[in-house]
Design a protein around this ligand. Sequence first.
Ligand SMILES: Cc1cc2nc3c(=O)[nH]c(=O)nc-3n(C[C@H](O)[C@H](O)[C@H](O)COP(=O)(O)OP(=O)(O)OC[C@H]3O[C@@H](n4cnc5c(N)ncnc54)[C@H](O)[C@@H]3O)c2cc1C
Ligand code: SF4
Length: 479
Amino acid sequence: MISRDQYIESINKLDHRVFIQGEQVDRIADHPISAPAAMALAETYAQAEKEDQKALYTAKSHLTGETINRFLHIQQNVEDLIAKIDMLRDMGKKTACCFQRCAGLDCVNAVYSVTHDIDRQYGTTYHERFKDFLIHLQQNDYFPAACMTDAKGDRSLSPSQQADKDQFLHIVEERPNGVVVRGAKLHITGGVNAHELIVMPTRALTEKDTEFAIAFAVPADTEGVTMIYGRQPSDSRRLEKGKPDIGNLHFGGCEALVVFENVFVPTERIFMKGEYPFAGKLVELFAANHRASYGGCKVGVGDALIGATSLIAEVQGTEKASHVKDKIAEMVHLNETLYAGAITAAVKGSPNPCGSYSVSHLAANSCKLNITRFPFEISRLAQDIAGGLLVTLPSLEDQEHAEIGAYVRKYMTGKEGVDSQTRMRVLRLIENITLGTGAVSYLTESIHGAGSPQAQKIMITRLADIEGAKAAARKLCGI
Ligand SMILES: Cc1cc2nc3c(=O)[nH]c(=O)nc-3n(C[C@H](O)[C@H](O)[C@H](O)COP(=O)(O)OP(=O)(O)OC[C@H]3O[C@@H](n4cnc5c(N)ncnc54)[C@H](O)[C@@H]3O)c2cc1C
Ligand code: SF4
């Protein structure tokens, strides 16, 4: 395993092609816009270094027997599935943002299992190839970003029907020692902080879409790969002098548009090529893993928001009001319901044909559907308790101003004995999580990340035992 500082150094040294707001950036962990995301990801390394966190943040590789970071572990049993959820909740609470590394974790678990299934049907050797790649990741403690979502163009058309085929990443040339691919993957969490990129198809495919049925991995600095950093609400506050209004002082999430312009992929890095019937299976497995993960990370962010809301109630003298206590209890109830969904998905997990474990797909999809809703209600309650100042607060810099500072300090205080600075900082944190850079992860990502709500409804409809339920109802009413 590598240390937090070694991780930061490793991504600063990467020769990847990254653009942030029109400027090419060399040292990604040093740029003020991207640094908080690098620091959030670096926490996954920092936690694994701590003696008292090793049980949660490390695991034994089933391939080499070595101790590895749990973010690279192939889940071997139900205990591993539960530990993952608890680790993500712990990380969410500590960073209050998307710390990015679990997309890679869920992806390696999905590809590990599906390559085994493809080999069984087609006699290919993808699984052994993927194992070699996994050992490479584990021994270097690398972070692989999960690149699934294509640009998709006209959503009513399949990949092969698109006017511009590049709307879905596809093979453009076959060579004796590999393939050349073109296309783009959108919203890639932690893409700029990744050592490797794992690419998978974005949807189920048919025979006509064979050229789009491709899964592979390439180093993030491979020739032809360009990353364009996504903007987030209030991100330019990170550029302000002293950054007083940033809210979350240390951490943030990040996504990028990752373009693959005629990128060569060597044969040993290809994990699916043309086996289109397995594209849908790979999407479903990655999605199920990742949907359960949201019941860890978003719950952790919920913990941080409940903490901030309780603090602001104390600072403003409302903490003993019965409706405030009731609202905080409601926030906890919603948050724990999300956690219960993820734990159910883990406890009801089962072995894959290759021996690794995956969550219950039905429970994971139900958990994620709640995630598309509850963080919004939790945020609404936080904003209710915080008051309107949440969106009308002067800058924290104003309170230091020679002329107007006295006004800000006088009128921004709450309860006697609490200074304006304390109140303003807590309000800024709530603003960050529910409206600012943190809301990208806590709210919009809760809707669309790991698939939009309708994708969960489709899976729930497919997996629910409605016939069994009808049989029970018939019996009860004597039909
Ligand atoms: C913060 C964030 C982080 C993310 N991280 C990653 C990542 O690390 N890796 C990755 O691969 N992806 C990532 N994603 C992408 C995520 O999986 C997609 O956003 C999600 O699958 C929805 O796709 P879309 O954004 O293209 O929206 P669309 O697919 O355009 O969906 C928008 C709406 O249109 C509806 N719709 C779409 N197609 C159809 C159709 N054919 N018929 C009827 N209705 C339709 C949807 O149900 C939805 O209501 C991330 C997304 C976000 C927001
Ligand atoms: S959304 Fe959550 S589960 Fe997905 S990468 Fe971010 S922190 Fe991890």
